[in-house]
Design a protein around this ligand. Structure first.
Ligand code: GRF
Length: 228
């Protein structure tokens, strides 16, 4: 993906500067994935800058994390607008003002309006706490995902980062990593181990976007290896 411009590398650097990608993060809960992005960026492992956080929930812990990091944080809920079109305009307006080039859904419990999805084709990603296409779609969110994995007797689960398209949880997969289901696992213990993986693979995918290594063609998407 092209178009990002700010470079923070010194002029005499021997490495070509990697432009920083402007990112908007949508969330509804604790925001540990937001934190993973912020930490990777602060540590110099991720050439991305979170410019905007949007929450569907005023109580979301992620809002606090955003504010602590000095990032613009907005609560935008459709129920606070008199018409759905106004809600959509508020979302698109906030995104445009932020200059976001990539939208990251990190525990966002709402469906994005279609015209937002259409405004950012191939530039919205979501993290899901299972190996899609299994345990995805309507009703599979939060601890329900892990409970369903355990109820089905699966020996492994994992985390998936995929491109968001108009079909919920069905967009092309960019990266998955497996997590073993251990004897005695509960939904909570499984969620903890899956989250550790999420915190690694989500920044990895954002980095691939920042480095222009993500390809999206229709229903297929992939990440080119560095230097390819
Ligand atoms: C994660 O498990 C994510 O996969 C799911 O919601 C959870 C959000 O966790 N979509 P957090 O708010 O990032 O801590």
């Amino acid at each position: 993906m092209k178009g990002h411009s700010d470079s923070e590398a010194p002029e005499d650097s021997s490495e070509p500067p990697v432009p920083r990608l402007s990112v908007a993060v949508f969330l509804s809960g604790a925001g540990s994935n937001l934190q993973a992005i912020l930490d990777a960026s602060a540590a110099g492992r991720l050439p991305a800058e979170v410019r905007l956080v949007v929450s569907s929930n005023p109580e979301a812990g992620g809002l606090q994390r955003a504010r602590q990091a000095g990032i613009a944080a907005r609560v935008l809920r459709s129920k606070d607008f008199s018409a759905v079109a106004e809600f959509r305009q508020a979302l698109v307006g906030a995104l445009r003002d932020s200059g976001a080039e990539l939208i990251v859904l990190a525990g966002y419990m709402k469906r994005l309006p279609l015209d937002v999805i259409r405004s950012y084709p191939g530039r919205i990603i979501n993290i899901h706490p299972a190996l899609l296409p299994d345990f995805g779609g309507k009703g599979f969110y939060g601890s329900r995902v892990h409970e369903a994995v355990l109820a089905a007797g699966r020996r492994e689960t994992g985390a998936t980062v995929h491109v968001v398209n108009e079909r919920y949880d069905e967009g092309p997969i960019l990266l998955q990593e497996r997590v073993a289901v251990l004897p005695g696992d509960t939904a909570e213990s499984l969620a903890r181990r899956v989250l550790e993986v999420e915190h690694r693979i989500l920044p990895e995918v954002i980095r691939a976007f920042a480095e222009g290594r993500v390809r999206v063609e229709g229903d297929r998407a992939w990440i080119e290896p560095p230097g390819a």
